[in-house]
Design a protein around this ligand. Structure first.
Ligand SMILES: C[S@@+](CC[C@H](N)C(=O)[O-])C[C@H]1O[C@@H](n2cnc3c(N)ncnc32)[C@H](O)[C@@H]1O
Length: 371
């Protein structure tokens, strides 16, 4: 690829602007990166390159907005210890499952045993919670609740909880083209924009439980061959209020952006089925909060306070690397208030090809250090 003057002028970094052919979806979602859908993550290849550029070999990494754990998984692959913080309990569960150390024989035995018991009808569905009654056809509700009743019998219960959540996502009565934030259950057949034909809402969950148990097992086994022995610590809490353990050589993160995504709401089914602690009121920049002047001011306060704690937890030469599409130009003020000085800024071109949110945009990488 040749770089034009214009691109150079705009700070566009072509080495980070992969085309679909250079970096196909199966690479972006390799091994544990596809254990469960998560809207709003960055891609592992970007994190890998940011580590190479800005983190010393073996350096300890912090992600205060760790989400689905892309930074932590890549830290393991690239040979770094890491700590991730997130306010959303489901994200923390997912990160722990992705980054844990497994004995592959025990894992395989447990997952296959749970599946076999489920398929021969073991377990009890018990009382049907209101959310489940509304969003699932009765056979699907019975499958999910019965599988849920078996999960606690296993050492790897959390892995089975992630399987349950993924099956619950697929088995909701929604249209195929609105899986992220469906508003109302879809009870009748409908014209499907995705498949260009009439589709029917899902009735059962057993095939998803089977498919995702086996897929999860394969992905965890794949990753355990690459994982190495580095340490990962996942902290559930508000990054504004946590005391961070020890010192770090780098922060690599993609913060939430105001008014875009409700991070708890996208996994609503998981909170309902797994009875997880819902702390959505502490989400910074939640879409539900809108983009009024007051919301933007609260966002700037929130991210600045998180980054100020990160700054205090950094070793002297450490860098804070932030990936964000700063279309509202909030980050000059945020960095200043966090006591960080911008050292470098480059852009990457993102071209998403799939889903309803497909489209192109530019993303900034901000590299800062203690001012
Ligand atoms: C853009 S996402 C990060 C995605 C991540 N880079 C990945 O690849 O999965 C931002 C994350 O910040 C989290 N978050 C929002 N407010 C927070 C807070 N007060 N403390 C900690 N995490 C918060 C959200 O739950 C969300 O998971």
């Amino acid at each position: 690829m040749s770089v034009t003057q214009e691109q150079l002028y705009a700070g566009l970094d072509l080495d980070l602007s992969w085309s679909e052919r250079e970096l196909p979806e199966r690479e972006r979602t390799k091994h544990v990166h596809r254990l469960h859908p998560y809207l709003g993550k960055y891609i592992p290849q970007l994190v890998e390159e940011l580590f190479r550029r800005h983190v010393p070999p073996g350096g300890r990494v912090l992600d205060p907005f760790a989400g689905s754990g892309t930074t932590l998984v890549q830290a393991l692959e690239s040979g770094h210890d890491s700590v991730g913080v997130d306010i959303a309990a489901f994200n923390c569960l997912l990160m722990r499952v992705k980054t844990a150390v497994y004995n592959p024989f025990v894992l395989e035995h447990e997952l296959r045993d749970a599946l076999a018991r489920f398929e021969r009808g073991d377990g009890r569905s018990g009382r049907v919670p209101a959310y489940v009654r509304r969003w699932y056809a009765s056979p699907a509700a019975e499958h999910l609740l019965r599988f849920r009743s078996l999960v606690g019998d296993y050492e790897h219960a959390d892995v089975l909880r992630v399987v349950l959540a993924r099956a619950a996502r697929s088995a909701r009565r929604t249209t195929h083209f609105d899986l992220d934030f469906p508003r109302e259950p879809q009870l009748e057949p409908y014209w499907c924009h995705k498949h260009k034909r009439e589709c029917r809402p899902v009735e059962t969950a057993d095939r998803f439980i089977r498919r995702y148990t086996l897929d999860t097992l394969a992905r965890l086994k794949d990753f355990s061959r690459l994982r190495g022995g580095h340490a990962v610590d996942v902290l559930h809490g508000d990054a504004r209020a946590l005391s961070l353990p020890g010192k770090f050589d780098a922060v690599v993160t993609s913060p939430p952006y105001p008014g875009l995504i409700d991070y708890h709401e996208q996994h609503r089914y998981a909170y309902a089925l797994l009875r997880l602690d819902d702390r959505r009121a502490s989400e910074i920049g939640a879409a539900a909060g809108g983009v009024s002047r007051a919301s933007l001011a609260a966002y700037v306060d929130g991210v600045a306070s998180v980054l100020a704690s990160c700054r205090d937890a950094m070793r002297p030469r450490g860098r804070v690397v932030i990936v964000v599409n700063d279309r509202r130009e909030l980050y000059a003020e945020i960095l200043e208030r966090a006591g960080l000085g911008l050292e470098q800024r480059y852009q990457r071109h993102v071209n998403r090809r799939t889903g309803r949110r497909a489209g192109e945009y530019f993303e900034d990488v901000l590299v800062a250090r203690r001012a």
